[in-house]
Ligand binder design. Structure first.
Ligand SMILES: [Zn+2]
Length: 197
């Protein structure tokens, strides 16, 4: 698979053609822009696609930078993190007390690389990322509530999101704010053929 480096409107990107149906745009954690395109697509159409996503690319790069900055910080103190998570959990628990038979879930704190939290409904246990404690409180609330909702809906199907939205109407905005640096936009249709001449 050949990779070429192209540039449009000051945005440099790595371009590959392969067996894909659509144009895919990906910004790596290092801020590099990659585009994969269906074989035979005129590269000018990839240029037009990248140019049309300039705002999104700038945002994804900003998030990547922010993530790199945060990764360089020392992790929060685990005891303080647990105290914060316990406080937030105490506010949410009453909503789920019936489902949980009146018993509080066990909270664990771990330095995790790829997720903010997880839930083991069978063990009545919520694990939270140590680094979540460094985030603004509304985002901590989002993750703790998200994990509580898994006591009712173990998956992320419509029922899960309906419950989240009924309890936290702005949950999607908080979720977006939590997204990590790595950004990607999949499955965009190739734009119109650029005019020749
Ligand atoms: Zn989940």
């Amino acid at each position: 698979m050949k990779t070429t480096i192209r540039s449009v409107n000051g945005i440099e990107y790595r371009y590959q053609t392969k067996a894909v149906k659509n144009l895919n745009l990906h910004v790596t954690a290092q801020g590099q822009v990659w585009v994969s395109a269906p074989r035979g697509l005129a590269p000018e159409r990839a240029d037009a696609f990248v140019a049309s996503r300039a705002g999104w690319i700038a945002q994804a790069r900003q998030r990547a930078l922010e993530r790199a900055r945060q990764d360089a910080l020392p992790p929060p103190d685990p005891r303080q993190a647990l105290a914060l998570f316990t406080q937030v959990s105490e506010e949410i628990f009453p909503l789920f007390a019936t489902v949980l038979g009146g018993q509080r879930p066990r909270l664990l704190v771990r330095d995790m690389k790829t997720r903010w939290g997880s839930c083991s409904p069978g063990r009545r246990q919520i694990t939270l990322n140590l680094r979540l404690a460094a985030k603004p409180r509304p985002l901590v609330e989002y993750v703790v509530l998200h994990e509580y909702c898994h006591f009712i809906h173990p998956d992320h199907q419509a029922g899960f999101w309906a419950l989240m939205e009924s309890l936290m109407p702005d949950c999607r905005a908080r979720r977006r704010a939590l997204r990590l640096g790595d950004g990607e936009e999949k499955g965009a249709k190739p734009g119109p053929e650029p005019r020749k001449g």
